[in-house]
Design a protein around this ligand. Structure first.
Ligand code: HEC
Length: 181
């Protein structure tokens, strides 16, 4: 092969990757990055931002997410949960009987008591995080969620987690009048 042909070959081998490195690839990386930051911005500026922010401190998150619910979901346990929710647990006074965050004490609260029918919140939180909030309470802002770790047993708090999940389902058992107290 002539020396100029070697030169041409070498140039082709070098030029193609260089071309890709400086043109196509950065565009892609930038596009992906941009996409992410748009989503991030959407969350930042939406009123959901505060609600969807984790309540469990970062250092406790892994162990909290690993927690497993020890109470089975059935008509009996959900009925017991309703009794706690609308009775000695006092949850309904803030969260409302239907879990919409509109209990009699909710009016003056900022942030408002959580609306358990709000599906983006339901999707984001694990059972462990809900259990953690019931146990330890959350600081929130001016108002917060009080802790129930001393007042309710582990079983009682786990069964409340199941009950709260029912509020997130259309036609969930928590809204079903066939459950008797
Ligand atoms: C005195 C009013 C009050 C009572 C009583 C109350 N809560 Fe709350 N709860 C709140 C408020 C306010 C928030 C929102 C706090 C925040 O945004 O951090 C909240 C938030 C929550 C959350 C959401 C935490 C998260 O990670 O987003 C859960 C779960 C919860 N409450 C469960 C319960 C259960 C179960 C009971 C009854 C055992 C109960 N709450 C009783 C006021 C109350």
């Amino acid at each position: 092969m002539k020396i100029w042909k070697w030169g041409l070959l070498l140039a082709t081998i070098l030029i193609v990757p260089l071309y890709l490195t400086f043109t196509v690839l950065p565009d892609r990386v930038y596009a992906e990055h941009n996409h992410e930051s748009h989503e991030h911005q959407a969350l930042e500026s939406s009123p959901d931002h505060e609600i969807l922010e984790p309540r469990v401190p970062a250092g406790k998150m892994a162990e909290t997410k690993a927690l497993k619910n020890i109470v089975a979901v059935n008509a009996k346990t959900l009925s017991e949960a309703r009794e706690i929710f609308t009775g000695k647990g006092t949850c309904y006074t803030c969260h409302g009987e239907k879990g919409k965050g509109d209990g009699e004490n909710a009016g003056s609260m900022n942030p408002a008591p959580r609306d358990f029918t709000y599906t983006p919140w339901q999707k984001l939180r694990t059972d462990g995080e809900i259990f953690w909030a019931i146990t330890n309470g959350t600081a929130g802002g001016e108002s917060g969620m009080p802790p129930f770790g001393d007042m309710l047993s582990d079983e009682e708090r786990w069964t409340l987690v199941n009950y709260i999940r029912e509020f997130g389902k259309t036609g969930g058992l928590a809204n079903n009048s066939s459950i008797k107290n």
